[in-house]
Design a protein around this ligand. Structure first.
Ligand SMILES: *[C@@H]1O[C@H](CO)[C@@H](O)[C@H](O)[C@H]1NC(C)=O
Ligand SMILES: *[C@@H]1O[C@H](CO)[C@@H](O)[C@H](O)[C@H]1NC(C)=O
Ligand SMILES: *[C@@H]1O[C@H](CO)[C@@H](O)[C@H](O)[C@H]1NC(C)=O
Length: 205
């Protein structure tokens, strides 16, 4: 009888405690959501990281995962543009402007692949003594990749391409720009987590 009462008591206690316990525990998903809240494209940010991140969700892991996903996308896009370029070059009806725009994109997206790869390598080999310098490199390269993507879209915007094809190409490059923008945001978060902004500490004083 004694044992049964104890068990009943235990089960009852757990029922009372567990809702509080569950809401207090932060799952990786919660951390991803809060990390992405201020990103330019929060929904895409959560989606990107949920597919990649394991149980560890430190700001650095999130930034690495975001850059990795962006690099993967950029590589696919680079292959796509190379294929497209040969089709565009073959098509007799294609305007010269579009030909130039696509050829610029081939170069710009290929540069983005290089820059994103450098960014990822830097984020994977951070050292205490050179942390700030390396983070600044990562920020520079990621923002150059973002600029390249936008230049490609700009060139396509100006070219009088066949509408349907232009929309499809632009959609793909826009996806890359959105991913890059989120990745850059998460890189900046790593930087900020180590170096609180001077003005924010001033405002508290
Ligand atoms: C990077 O992304 C690719 C493709 O999504 C994946 O296969 C790979 O495991 C990722 N690497 C890391 C270190 O996250
Ligand atoms: C990325 O960088 C690594 C290390 O430098 C290199 O081995 C790899 O080939 C690079 N990948 C791409 C896609 O540029
Ligand atoms: C390209 O044009 C679209 C509208 O068609 C616009 O929304 C977008 O901001 C432009 N992109 C750039 C990088 O200027």
């Amino acid at each position: 009888m004694q044992t049964r009462n104890s068990i009943t008591f235990l089960v009852f206690s757990l029922l009372l405690i567990s809702p509080t316990f569950l809401s207090a525990a932060k799952t990786p998903q919660d951390l991803i959501r809060s990390s992405c809240a201020q990103a330019r494209y929060p929904t895409l940010c959560v989606q990107t990281l949920s597919n990649q991140v394991g149980p560890t969700t430190k700001p650095l892991n999130l930034a690495q995962a975001a850059v990795n996903a962006t690099l993967t996308h950029a590589l696919t896009l680079s292959v796509y543009f190379n294929t497209l370029q040969s089709h565009v070059a073959l098509g007799p009806t294609v305007s010269n402007r579009l030909r130039v725009a696509v050829s610029d994109c081939v170069e710009q997206i290929s540069d983005s692949v290089t820059e994103l790869n450098r960014t990822l390598n830097e984020l994977r080999h951070l050292r205490m003594g050179t942390f700030e310098w390396q983070m600044s490199n990562a920020q520079t390269w990621a923002s150059t990749a973002l600029t390249n993507g936008n230049s490609c879209i700009n060139g396509l915007n100006r070219s009088d391409a066949e509408k349907k094809m232009k929309l499809e190409v632009k959609r793909r490059v826009t996806d890359l720009s959105m991913l890059t923008s989120n990745a850059l945001y998460l890189i900046n978060r790593v930087s900020d987590s180590r170096n609180p902004k001077p003005h924010s500490s001033n405002s508290k004083n």
